[in-house]
Design a binder for this molecule. Sequence first.
Ligand SMILES: Cc1cc2nc3c(=O)[nH]c(=O)nc-3n(C[C@H](O)[C@H](O)[C@H](O)COP(=O)(O)OP(=O)(O)OC[C@H]3O[C@@H](n4cnc5c(N)ncnc54)[C@H](O)[C@@H]3O)c2cc1C
Length: 415
Amino acid sequence: MPHDVVFSPQAEELAELARKIADEYVRPLAARHDKEQTYNREAAQAVAEAGLFRTFIPEAYGGHGAGVLALARVTEELARADSGFGVAFAVNALGSFPIILGGTEEQKQRWLPQVAAGEKLVAFCLSEKFAGSDAQGLSVTAREDGDDYVICGEKKWTTNGGVADIYSVFCVTDPTSKSRRISAIVVEKGTPGFSVEKVEDKMGIRCVPVVETHFDNVRVPKSNLIGGRPGMGFKHAMMTLDCARPGVAAQAIGAAQGALDLAIAYSCRRKQFGKPISSHQMVQQMLADMAIKTNAGRWLVYAAAAGIDAGGGDKVSKMAAMAKCFATDTAMEVATDAVQVFGGYGFMEDYPVAKFFRDAKILQIYEGTNQVQRLVVARHLVREARELEHLDEFIPHEVQRTYAEAEQLVENLNT
Ligand SMILES: Cc1cc2nc3c(=O)[nH]c(=O)nc-3n(C[C@H](O)[C@H](O)[C@H](O)COP(=O)(O)OP(=O)(O)OC[C@H]3O[C@@H](n4cnc5c(N)ncnc54)[C@H](O)[C@@H]3O)c2cc1C
């Protein structure tokens, strides 16, 4: 493990608060909000009053400055009760990170204290209909006009769309540039020309709105350009995703634990062949594998989060990608097995285990699909291959390429 994982007392205190809110406001209302596709405002209010939105905001702007590891712990506890509410919370960090990591002092002062207080919710608008994994292929434009930018186009799948007040929107500001094509610009709810259109009818995470956001000549002052310099948007997006991925991974670990909790409880009560199914060895094997994978994922997530808190370094995106990929694959596997433990009851919407199963799938898709995470990991491995030069004498001469060739090949494949 590249970093020691140490939980601060503050992180534990915040996680404990999150657990209480999860028990009181999230789990009891999860089925209703899922069915009605409504946002859990009671829980969001409780999260705000408990100061949990302050977790990921630096102290200078009204936050706790508790770091990514604390954010992961809080998200995990909320998602353990309802994976959908887990993302409803965590997406505020995703949308705020471009400002936290790349914003000017004035921008941080302007927006972050309101986010910290839970007065304003945030959304992250990167994806478009024709630009998902290929985030360089954006088409929403922001044209300079005097002291303003004028934004035109549509974003797809904006989580928190409609309930959020602040939108970090990634736009093309220089179509002629390859490396500095994109900029991130803040659009506030209510700006003329900005609208929330199609609200998606989803398989899972139904309590949080995911929408299309439309920009019809939306005029915002240049002071809303994150960082104050155009062309930094792709960098801001990648930095944001590196920091946010332990959050989605923590959502997955919470969801896996939530499904496992149900499976254990059910297996100890359901009797078949005259004894609880938990005493049948094949059920025990499922429960044991679910617990092993969940815990392995949990510590990978904590290590990635601790790495970011320790100052990053060049291994952060590899660790974040590993954690996102493993934890979210784990959530899908564990939720599938939890349904299996429940047998026929697991297939029914009367019980929350079916919802954990439906909610799990999206984890493998958003914030970078798990195929893309594997590409990120592989790219790092090839880049780091020079560290293994001492093994050259054990590699047949006939197959040896230069490291530069191998690096170039993997770069070409992945771009
Ligand atoms: C419910 C939901 C909420 C979302 N929330 C947000 C949000 O808040 N903000 C936001 O900006 N976006 C959001 N998204 C978008 C999400 O991040 C994208 O769906 C995701 O990045 C994948 O893009 P795509 O759907 O266009 O799939 P595509 O990129 O078209 O991929 C389709 C398939 O091809 C694979 N693939 C693509 N390229 C490669 C490659 N080079 N090598 C191997 N396989 C590849 C993918 O892994 C996938 O399996 C959300 C999506 C959903 C469904």
